[in-house]
Design a protein around this ligand. Structure first.
Ligand SMILES: Cc1ncc(COP(=O)(O)O)c(C=O)c1O
Length: 498
């Protein structure tokens, strides 16, 4: 039995007992999901949805190996990490092996927010400083300490902007101050950080940390220009601070080739602290902060113990170990690179067709579709994006719209997403955009075909890994005619198309 109550009763009980600020997806017409497997979710009527939202069910919803690993450990023992246990050390060792050698000390937590809060404590404790530089539109978690450094939240709410928080412009080359036509956007955006540091110093303030997602997610799927992180790291370290990367959304191979998104910025960029969460336990609450020995030793020298009841418990670590095993066994990073590149290619073809699509950007299975009212001005198509996600839901595709203008369709599905899923998603989106453009009378202007200057270089690189290369538009059309994109687009027993 999957349901306790009818959908109406669930909604009524939610309205009565759950805090009104805990909003649901599609508030105008919420979906009730009762079960899920792989990249599909099923509602109370048994209708199947293609899940393009869940980067938590990383290796696929309810993956049997993860479920079995957690169940086995749950039967045997679950307790806090003050007892010696093999799972926590085995997991820490596996995690450290994915990172540059200096990032080798782990602290386990239960959520991305706890991980970022601890990262701030580590950074502030390191040299006894307080100030944090964060990026415009960033979101780093729901704890008080993180709302303070999350303009995504504090700029919308009534929370004050704290004097120890400095907001740097998002290094967005599509919508930001310095765009793809700028000779050196990385340098220009880094110069803004330099000004912030200088201004803070003038006021007698000291920088503890710069924090950024390796690729901004809630901020609208923004890929910082090449070289930006290197330059900022130099400035921040020069000012005595540390560089924290938040990989809560974008870590664990989502971008394909590399295990960590920060690695897509180049071998010469290594942060001082990395935080991670969402995908780690495939739905089991498991998160972590990894840092250097020097920073960890400074934290220890303060004399305060760090104890987190559930952080790194044997069951969570068993789930985490199983996730790593599945990623390797099913080559999910390879899949993210191949399917992500193919999907980006298909979406770029849609860009040629639909004037509402202003930009397609992303790497691997982390892709954004920036909807615009007009391409020249790049005016965000906010209402249109909301319309699109509701219409896509009717077509059984779950998408969200985010970014400061809520006009960027976010694609971050489970990593077992297939090429057939990509085709199905694009076919439905094509239909929805066609009807919408007809109804609002949008003129489809000629668009530049293929990858744009922003962010699609890496997918192009990954695209070449597709067996036989990504199909061209004629091949796709022919596949559709051959019924390859039918509604039941992926046989139940087939996990991957590699
Ligand atoms: C980039 C980023 N960091 C941190 C968090 C906080 O993670 P959690 O919700 O697990 O506390 C989130 C959550 O959405 C996030 O997107």
């Amino acid at each position: 039995m999957c349901e306790l109550y009818s959908k109406e009763t669930t909604m009524a009980l939610r309205g009565k007992y759950i805090g009104p600020s805990c909003t649901v997806f599609f508030p105008e017409d919420p979906v009730k999901i009762v079960r899920a497997e792989r990249q599909y979710m099923f509602d109370e009527r048994g209708q199947r949805y293609l899940d393009c939202i869940n980067n938590v069910a990383h290796v696929g919803h309810c993956h049997p190996e993860v479920v079995e690993a957690a169940r086995r450990q749950m039967e045997l023992l679950n307790t806090n990490s003050r007892f010696l246990h093999d799972n926590i050390v085995a997991y820490a060792q596996r995690l450290a092996a994915t990172l540059p050698p200096q990032l080798c000390i782990c602290y386990f937590t239960n959520s991305g927010s706890e991980a970022n809060d601890l990262a701030l404590r580590l950074a502030r404790g390191f040299r006894g400083r307080q100030d944090v530089i964060t990026l415009e539109h960033a979101y780093h978690g729901h704890l008080s300490s993180l709302i303070e450094i999350s303009p995504y939240k504090f700029q919308k709410g009534k929370d004050d902007h704290k004097e120890f928080v400095h907001v740097a412009p998002a290094p967005d080359t599509y919508r930001g101050k310095y765009r793809e036509d700028h000779a050196d956007p990385a340098g220009a955006y880094a110069d803004q950080v330099k000004e912030i540091i200088e201004d803070a110093h003038h006021r007698g303030r000291k920088i503890a940390a710069f924090i950024a997602e390796s690729m901004q997610s809630c901020g609208g799927q923004v890929l910082p220009p090449a070289g930006y992180f290197q330059r900022v790291a130099e400035l921040v370290r020069g000012a005595g601070g540390v560089f924290i990367v938040d990989e809560v959304q974008v870590g664990f191979g989502r971008t394909g080739k590399r295990f960590w998104s920060f690695q897509t910025h180049g071998e010469d960029f290594v942060p001082d602290i990395v935080t991670m969460g969402k995908p780690m336990g495939n739905g089991h609450p498991l998160a972590c902060v990894v840092t250097t020995k020097e920073i960890a030793d400074a934290f220890h020298a303060s004399g305060m113990q760090y104890f987190n009841t559930f952080g790194g418990n044997p069951v969570s670590c068993a789930a985490g170990l199983a996730v790593l095993d599945v990623m390797e066994k099913e080559d999910l990073r390879g899949n993210a690179a191949r399917v992500g590149a193919y999907l980006t290619e298909l979406l770029n073809e849609q860009k040629v067709k639909h004037a509402l699509i202003g930009d397609i950007r992303g790497v691997g299975l982390f892709i954004g579709i920036d909807l615009v009212k007009d391409r020249g001005r790049r005016t965000p198509a906010t209402a249109e994006a909301q319309h699109v996600i509701y219409k896509m839901k009717e077509k059984r595709v779950l998408l969200s719209a985010d970014g400061p203008h809520r006009n960027v369709l976010k694609i971050k599905p489970p990593m077992c997403f297939t090429a057939e899923d990509a085709e199905f998603l694009v076919e439905q989106l094509d239909g929805v955009l066609t009807v919408l453009e007809e109804s609002i009378g949008t003129q489809t202007e000629p668009a530049i075909s293929g990858n744009t200057a922003h962010g699609t270089k890496m997918p192009e690189e990954a695209r070449r890994e597709l067996p036989g290369g990504a199909p061209n538009s004629t091949e796709i059309a022919s596949r559709r005619r051959n019924g390859a994109c039918r509604e039941t687009h992926s046989p139940a027993g087939k996990r991957l198309r590699t």
